[in-house]
Design a protein around this ligand. Structure first.
Ligand SMILES: [Fe+2]
Length: 361
């Protein structure tokens, strides 16, 4: 990786930080006030500055933290020129580029879920990815029925995304099932809403969905996100359950293995290079102590290592416990990498069992 990348998650909502490894400038996409402590810790730990804070649209499901990024890090706030938000410094239009060090994000104007929705495309020599906000989700597209939603615009915006390359990585603004990303090929094959054959059919499908009305809670969220400097933290609405939903089960059945059996597998196929023993903890954790023969790909970098993962015939995944490994397993299963096994209890269970570990040199 020639740039830094971190995906943050709270409830169903995701946000992203990308940074230039040399000059330490970063851009944050869809910052969420629920995550401010995590951002502060991470930014300080990695000595990063936040040059730009972007909202992909006027959010109804969380409180944007762009104004806090501006107050604490001097970031400029960027949104679509069509937005109703009053806190914007940089108004983005179709084709605008956001540059942070060596990183360049290109703006695609994709209204539909919201009247000001944009997607941000990162073209990089190693991979191509796009941050889609609520426009293209995993196995679905964003809801309508919000102020500024329009099914006709939405349908057209989705047709634009269809033109991207098959292996483009899609980083959505949310997922109720905790899947981290998808790839365009998977959505082209299996996402019924994305692949709708006509605007009439699309409108029919979206109009019949029971997504609920625009509640008082959503209106308060809009008011907060519209304001240049909200006077309070939304009177506590960011703590309300409507905005901090927990991850749903997607009924996917993981293959799992206990650490005692895992030890036997590691010992028995020591010459087998077709199996990938994957540790998705952060590099610092991995360097401190690891299980022999494991490869480290931190959870946030999983999407950029798909080629390596796809080359393996079988993949075992662990983290410290099971939180990160279950997100990784769920995501890889979804995009079609089926022979993935989660190691129950992870590195902690392994060390508690007294099994061998090594330290990095
Ligand atoms: Fe949204």
């Amino acid at each position: 990786m020639t740039f830094g990348f971190k995906q943050f998650q709270t409830g169903h909502c995701y946000s992203y930080l990308l940074w230039d490894l040399n000059n330490k400038e970063s851009v944050v996409i869809d910052p969420n006030i629920e995550l401010m402590d995590e951002y502060r810790f991470f930014l300080a730990d990695n000595k990063l500055r936040v040059k730009t804070a972007i909202d992909t649209h006027f959010h109804s499901d969380h409180l944007s933290a762009t104004h806090i990024m501006k107050a604490e890090y001097g970031s400029s706030i960027a949104m679509s020129e069509n937005t109703g938000s009053k806190r914007v410094d940089v108004k983005l239009k179709e084709g605008s580029k956001i540059r942070v060090g060596d990183i360049s994000l290109e703006v695609l104007f994709t209204p539909g879920h919201a009247g000001d929705a944009i997607c941000l495309r990162l073209v990089h020599h190693q991979s191509e990815c796009i941050f889609t906000g609520c426009t293209l989700l995993i196995g679905a597209v964003g809801r309508v029925g919000l102020p500024g939603s329009d099914c006709g615009d939405f349908f057209k915006s989705l047709r634009r995304l269809e033109g991207l390359k098959d292996d483009t990585i899609i980083f959505p603004g949310r997922d109720p099932f905790g899947r981290l990303f998808t790839v365009l090929k998977k959505e082209r094959n299996d996402n019924t809403e994305f692949n709708c054959e006509s605007v009439e059919r699309f409108t029919e499908i979206k109009s019949n969905q029971t997504v609920g009305t625009v509640t008082e809670e959503i209106n308060r969220c809009f008011d907060y996100n519209r304001s240049a400097s909200p006077s309070s933290f939304g009177d506590g609405i960011h703590r309300a359950s409507v905005l901090t939903k927990s991850i749903k089960s997607d009924n996917s059945n993981f293959s799992c293995i206990g650490v005692t059996k895992y030890l036997k597998i590691l010992e028995s196929n020591s010459s087998d290079n077709s199996t990938l023993f994957l540790d998705v903890r952060e590099q610092e954790e991995f360097n401190e102590a690891r299980i022999p023969r494991h490869v480290n790909i931190a959870l946030s970098n999983l999407a950029f290592s798909l080629n390596q993962i796809q080359e393996a015939k079988k993949v075992f995944i662990l983290c410290l416990t099971e939180r990160r490994s279950s997100l990784a397993t769920r995501t890889l299963n979804y995009i079609g990498i089926k022979d993935v096994v989660l190691v129950n209890g992870g590195f902690r269970a392994w060390t508690q069992a007294g099994f061998p570990t090594v330290k990095a040199l």
